[in-house]
Design a protein around this ligand. Structure first.
Ligand code: FAD
Length: 480
């Protein structure tokens, strides 16, 4: 029996797992997908929000502010790329002016440092490619951007190094509450734990309802994006928001930490909790909306469109804490935006929530610093030569767009949480993230996975289970 089972290994489950892994307790994380960071953590705007948006006194405000304050140090500690680029919220009308005044006041009440309203002239001096229709902007210099995949992987890797057992492809199907423990059923196995942490993202209400009174309903809300090639990303330096509306923070234009331009998202409620399909009408909407902020966006340079699903809920607030009627069951649920920003602080609080719930735990010796990740392209010529001398595979470029080497891909395959699909390799190394989106390197990566793992090429997956990319002639005949 485990002391704690965490359900879900997105950024919230991973951060809780890491914080708890510093203690002398046994922990398992059950994740339904075959890799970490597959839910909302995989597809979002990657903004570390400054904290002017959530209502004063809300859990979202509390965790946003605390999480944003922790993020820079965590990124440094885990060797995750983080850039404090700042953000503008643009006002185009008198109504928008009232809105940014409101955000300024709220930001100050929430304790956000350095926020101010800039005149149109000052706004354009600082971001010359913005629309001339801008009347003013809220400037939030502490807003930042981060790599959400790497942050989640780092948290999960550190947790595993500290003794947490990560069970991938382990969807929780049912939970039974006994007097002294929970029985947790997955599709293949049955686990037992004294405490459960529910970090199941868009499925969190289903997990809650297995053993608790119904308290919230997730309203899965899709957000779609365009990603542009790096060569045309130089139109802005900061994250550019429009005024928020009843649907969310509105369409933004931002750089990613790797230098692409990211545009989106819209907000569409849907029934399916995992449907990340992309629709033309949504892409048309975000294109039109973003051009209001930055008229010169080169949409000819789009290299990808994608979507993520928010765990919005009918109560519009994070659900965090032990369920009164079910002692030992803890929700870290309904974590919509600013959930990425908040996750470090939510994970930290999971420790106190468990202590308050009666779990005895003492600090143990644990790993805090992540190993340095080899990012070959960022090294100096001297460092590159030294690395190639130590392992010639770092001299073989596999992804020509992002300059990712065979050495880095093999590191990912043999990592603490092995990357065993083409998409997992992409999340760990960026191979396939460039202009050709894996058109050239995909087959080579599939071969490297097969060689390293001893699997047949027919077994290599693009991403989730069932996404084999090749089919044998015999199988094809069977299918047909
Ligand atoms: C379009 C969009 C834009 C966003 N932009 C930002 C932003 O810029 N800044 C910000 O701070 N936040 C942003 N967010 C919010 C942020 O991405 C989320 O709040 C955060 O990723 C939630 O993390 P999570 O771990 O709770 O959920 P997830 O990442 O969804 O993880 C939940 C995990 O639980 C697993 N799971 C579900 N059911 C089961 C089961 N039965 N058994 C086992 N495992 C299960 C899932 O497979 C998944 O891996 C955005 C979200 C979206 C969708």
């Amino acid at each position: 029996m485990y002391d704690v089972i965490i359900i879900g290994c997105g950024i919230v489950g991973a951060s809780a797992a890491f914080e708890l892994s510093k203690y002398d307790i046994s922990i398992a994380v059950l994740e339904k997908d075959n890799d970490v960071a597959e839910g909302a953590t995989k597809a979002n705007s990657a903004i570390v929000h400054a904290g002017y948006d959530p209502t004063e006194g809300s859990l979202m405000a509390k965790y946003n502010i605390k999480g944003a304050a922790m993020m820079k140090d965590i990124a440094e500690q885990f060797d995750v790329i983080y850039k404090q680029c700042g953000a503008f919220v643009l006002a185009f009308s008198d109504e928008d002016m009232l809105e940014i005044e409101k955000l300024l006041k709220r930001g100050k009440n929430n304790g956000v440092a350095g926020i101010e309203i800039l005149s149109a002239q000052k706004t354009l001096d600082m971001e010359p490619k913005l629309s001339r229709n801008v009347k003013a902007a809220l400037n939030a210099p502490t807003s930042a951007i981060i790599d959400p995949w790497d942050l989640c992987t780092a948290y999960a890797e550190m947790a595993v190094r500290n003794g947490v057992e990560l069970k991938l492809s382990a969807p929780v199907m049912d939970i039974i509450k006994l007097d002294d423990r929970f029985i947790v059923k997955t599709d293949k196995k049955i686990y037992e734990a004294k405490y459960i942490i529910n970090a199941a993202g868009t499925h969190a209400d289903v997990i809650n309802d297995m053993v608790c009174n119904h308290k919230f309903t997730i309203v899965p809300t899709k957000g779609e994006y365009y990603l542009l090639d790096k060569k045309d990303s130089n139109v802005i330096n900061r994250t550019i928001f429009q005024c928020p509306n009843e649907k969310g923070k509105g369409v933004l234009v931002t750089r990613t930490v790797h230098g692409n331009l990211l545009i989106g998202p819209d907000a569409q409620a849907q029934n399916d909790r995992d449907d990340t399909s992309v629709e033309q009408h949504a892409l048309d909407y975000i294109k039109e909306a973003s051009l209001r902020s930055v008229p010169d966006i080169a949409f000819r340079s789009v290299i990808r469109s994608f979507a993520g699903v928010r765990a919005n809920s009918d109560i519009g607030e994070f659900v965090i804490g032990q369920a009164e009627e079910t002692p030992g069951f803890i929700n870290l649920s309904a974590i919509k935006s600013p959930g990425l920003t908040s996750a470090p602080a939510i994970g930290l609080d999971a420790v106190d929530i468990l202590k308050d719930a009666g779990l005895k735990m003492e600090k143990k010796n644990y790993y805090q610093e992540r190993r340095k990740v080899v990012r070959f392209d960022e090294l100096s010529r001297k460092e590159k030569n030294e690395l190639i001398a130590s392992n010639p595979l770092y001299g073989k470029i596999v992804c020509r767009c992002e300059h990712i080497t065979e050495g880095e891909i093999i590191d990912a395959i043999n990592g603490v949480i092995p990357a065993l699909s083409i998409d997992s390799i992409k999340k760990r190394t960026r191979a396939g993230m460039g202009r050709c989106q894996g058109g050239f390197c995909g087959p080579k990566i599939a071969q490297i996975i097969a060689d390293q793992t001893g699997a047949s090429l027919l077994e290599v997956l693009q991403g989730r289970s069932g996404s084999e990319i090749l089919i044998s002639k015999t199988k094809q005949r069977e299918v047909l």
